[in-house]
Design a protein around this ligand. Structure first.
Ligand SMILES: *Cc1c(COP(=O)(O)O)cnc(C)c1O
Length: 370
């Protein structure tokens, strides 16, 4: 699905030098590269503060700790997404309130949010799934009307640009109260291990997020609030600082792959290509098809036989996961998401794909449908 080795080979000189610099100074925790990377990422996103942390799941947890939600508070999130968002909510004793998604963009459907809001609701967590922003204009309006926070899970969409109806453009993760992201190796900006970050425009909140990520301390051994241990390693920060310079190039490469698939896979009965949002650019963390007529798994097996990898994001909707089942929310509660779980399939998409590989994949899919 990805080719991290070739990607490394292309920038090996720069990466090796950055790693060697960290080794030479041996400042493995909170070395100067961490702040340097945070500032570079803030500039890239045109946002005031970036707080690095250990991974994208921690970023969500730190955000919800900083906003001081209490057990029983309700958090609205999409039901078609990765588990991390629901997991952190549940871990903190909060209640995840699952919400149906849009069948074309796969993102939370703003029209379904208002009816989920109760006096206990504190926040909406849109996940910018597969690489394009959720309908933020509508989501921010609902949040404002109901006095809710918005925490944008930007793990899959770092770099995507959203255009508001008045023409203002903002990067994914910078529109709400807090944005969170992940630098897991296969993410669009991936490091060589785990990593994550939080984005915000609020200086007080930034200070608090920074403290929580580092044991609730501003001064060493003086703990003002309860925190966790969630720091970005200096080595990872040094690697990310190099790779950030290539993020736009990586996004273009992914778009070129998506455009190729789009063109080759047009007008195939029973196959729906990814729909582009009108408000958001797409950074194509995933290129996800919908295969109807119960043929998705058959296609997956067909591709496997040709050694073409593919993935199902996600095979079981959150409300049907054993850990997150709740009385009264049975199969059928979220029909669109349940259909998506049975129909979606993501094709290989990364920065190192050759025309030969792409042609082989596209032709194999065409053959399957012929
Ligand atoms: C990857 C991912 C996360 C979690 O990031 P980690 O760094 O693996 O903890 C959270 N949300 C979404 C949508 C993701 O894709």
């Amino acid at each position: 699905m990805v080719d991290l080795h070739t990607q490394y080979q292309r920038i090996k000189g720069e990466i090796d030098e950055a790693i060697q610099q960290v080794l030479n100074t041996s400042a493995f925790i909170q070395g100067p590269q961490v702040q340097q990377f945070a500032e570079a990422l803030a500039t890239y996103n045109d946002v005031d503060f970036v707080i690095p942390c250990a991974n994208g799941t921690d970023a969500l947890q730190i955000a919800m700790m900083a906003l001081e939600y209490k057990p029983g508070d309700e958090i609205v999130l999409p039901v078609h997404t990765y588990v991390a968002t629901a997991e952190v909510i549940a871990l903190l004793g909060l209640t995840p309130v699952f919400t149906e998604v849009d069948p074309d963009t796969f993102n939370i459907d703003p029209n379904q949010i208002q009816e989920k809001i109760t006096p206990c609701t504190r926040a909406i967590v849109p996940v910018h799934l597969y690489g394009q922003c959720a309908d933020m204009e509508a989501i921010l309006a609902i949040a404002k009307r109901n006095n809710l926070d918005v925490i944008e899970d930007t793990a899959q969409a770092l770099g995507a640009i959203y255009t508001f109806s008045d023409g203002r453009k903002m990067r994914a993760g910078t529109m709400g109260t807090i944005g969170t992201t992940s630098f897991f190796p296969s993410k669009n900006l991936g490091c060589y291990g785990d990593g994550g970050a939080l984005l915000t425009r609020d200086s007080k909140l930034a200070e608090k997020l920074k403290m929580i990520a580092n044991h609730g301390q501003r001064i060493k051994y003086h703990h003002d609030i309860i925190g966790i241990n969630s720091r970005l390693d200096t080595l990872q920060a040094a690697i990310l600082r190099v790779k950030l310079n290539y993020l736009d190039e990586y996004i273009s490469a992914r778009n070129a792959v998506a455009n190729f698939y789009d063109q080759k896979l047009s007008s195939i009965e029973g196959l729906q290509r990814p729909q582009r949002s009108r408000q958001s650019t797409h950074v194509f963390h995933q290129y996800t098809l919908r295969i109807s007529n119960n043929r998705r798994d058959e296609l997956k097996t067909f591709l496997e036989k040709r050694e073409i990898p593919s993935m199902i994001y996600y095979p079981v909707p959150l409300h049907l996961q054993k850990a997150y089942r709740r009385k009264g929310v049975e199969e059928g509660a979220f029909p669109i998401t349940e259909t998506l779980s049975a129909e979606v399939i993501s094709l290989p998409i990364h920065t190192e794909m050759s025309e030969d590989q792409l042609l082989f994949i596209a032709n194999s899919i065409k053959e399957f449908f012929n």
